[in-house]
Ligand binder design. Structure first.
Ligand SMILES: Cc1ncc(COP(=O)(O)O)c(C=O)c1O
Length: 352
């Protein structure tokens, strides 16, 4: 509280990001980063961009990157919007497209930035409960609303809906924008991008932070028909004309073009996820079916907070949320095989 603050600042509930501690030998499985890092081609492109041209502003619309993304999906660059991480793309989307008289709908257990953006922009929202298996039930969204946002796969549960269910949801709400946040789609989900040409109310958002190993570069993008993209451009150009700097644009284009690196490392993560799922099951955990680069698991007898604290003592960091319905769960990012082994070994010690 401070007398100099604008009134809205008093009412904000800011998002709490996962910790980034510096601890020797830390096995960091708490923020869904990619253990393999970015394509070497992206790193080379970033180095090559470190020249005296940094005195010049970057190209404001990220046109090379938009062109590259659009070409992969047979779309026009005008149907792609890029921003400083998908968090910024989401923030602009909340402001540009999700603020209406009727409430915005999203799951009760989902990405915790959504209610934060609603607080920032004064958006009325309603949380729709997941079912008893912690799955999104699209039928529950059949109610009057201003717009809908869903991550698919959902976070922090990791569970995914089939594309047919997503398409039915979009078709059932022709007069509302439906945003599908696909931060984790490359680890086993089905993207809704092929539906963009068919549905003027669909916006799909993706990120370079997870499957392309570039969380530190901050690149996200949205794909949708032009009127939706134009709305995002209008907000962006009323906020920050240059969200992607020169190094970021160079690195992101090179990362996008290195499909082999991308596919190979996504496949490695999926294989490790299956191994971790089996290992956790053997230790008495219930693991939700994951299509993401993390698993969401709860132990039959021991609490989530307690296990997270014990893991931390052994320099293994996982994410625990003090939130109703999910406080028994741990969200565990899939690391390298060596990191996954350290996790499972530490759990064996804790659970004996
Ligand atoms: C569902 C979901 N959407 C979006 C993001 C934001 O990702 P970024 O801003 O790194 O692109 C995250 C990050 O963890 C996420 O879990």
């Amino acid at each position: 509280m401070n007398r100099f603050w604008s009134p809205v600042v008093h009412s904000l509930t800011p998002y709490v990001a996962g910790e980034q501690p510096v601890i020797d030998g830390l096995v960091k499985l708490n923020t869904n980063e990619n253990p393999y890092g970015p394509s070497p081609r992206a790193l080379a492109a970033i180095s090559d961009a470190v020249t005296d041209t940094l005195r010049l502003y970057p190209e404001p619309t990220g046109s090379k990157l938009r062109k590259a993304i659009a070409a992969s999906h047979d779309l026009d660059p005008g149907e792609v919007f890029v921003g400083n991480g998908s968090d910024e793309v989401l923030a602009h989307t909340f402001q540009a497209l999700l603020k209406h008289d009727l409430p915005l709908l999203f799951p009760d257990v989902t990405y915790s930035f959504y209610p934060t953006y609603c607080g920032l922009y004064g958006i009325d929202f309603r949380e729709i409960p997941l079912d008893e298996k912690m799955m999104v039930r699209t039928e529950a969204y059949r109610q009057p609303c201003g717009a809908i946002i869903l991550p698919n796969p959902n976070a922090p549960t990791g569970t995914a809906l089939r594309l047919a269910a997503i398409e039915a949801l979009i078709a059932e709400h022709p007069d509302q924008v439906v945003v599908i946040d696909e931060a984790y789609v490359d680890f086993g989900g089905e993207s809704a991008i092929p539906l963009v040409r068919k549905y003027p109310n669909l916006l799909v958002i993706q990120t370079f932070s997870k499957s392309r190993g570039l969380a530190g570069l901050r690149v996200g993008f949205a794909v949708g028909q032009r009127p939706l993209i134009d709305a995002l451009e209008r907000v962006k150009d009323s906020f920050n004309s240059y969200p992607l700097d020169r190094l970021t644009q160079a690195g992101a284009v090179a990362a996008w073009e290195d499909q082999d690196w991308f596919r190979k490392h996504c496949d490695l993560i999926v294989a490790s996820r299956e191994r971790v799922t089996v290992g956790l099951g053997e230790l008495g955990f219930e693991v939700l079916p994951s299509s993401a680069n993390f698993v969401f698991a709860r132990h039959a007898t021991r609490g989530g907070a307690e296990i997270a604290a014990e893991l931390r003592k052994r320099a293994v960091l996982v994410r625990h949320f003090r939130k109703e319905r999910i406080e028994d769960f741990l969200r565990i990012t899939i690391g390298t095989d060596a990191e996954c082994d350290k996790l499972l070994d530490a759990l064996k010690q804790i659970l004996v």
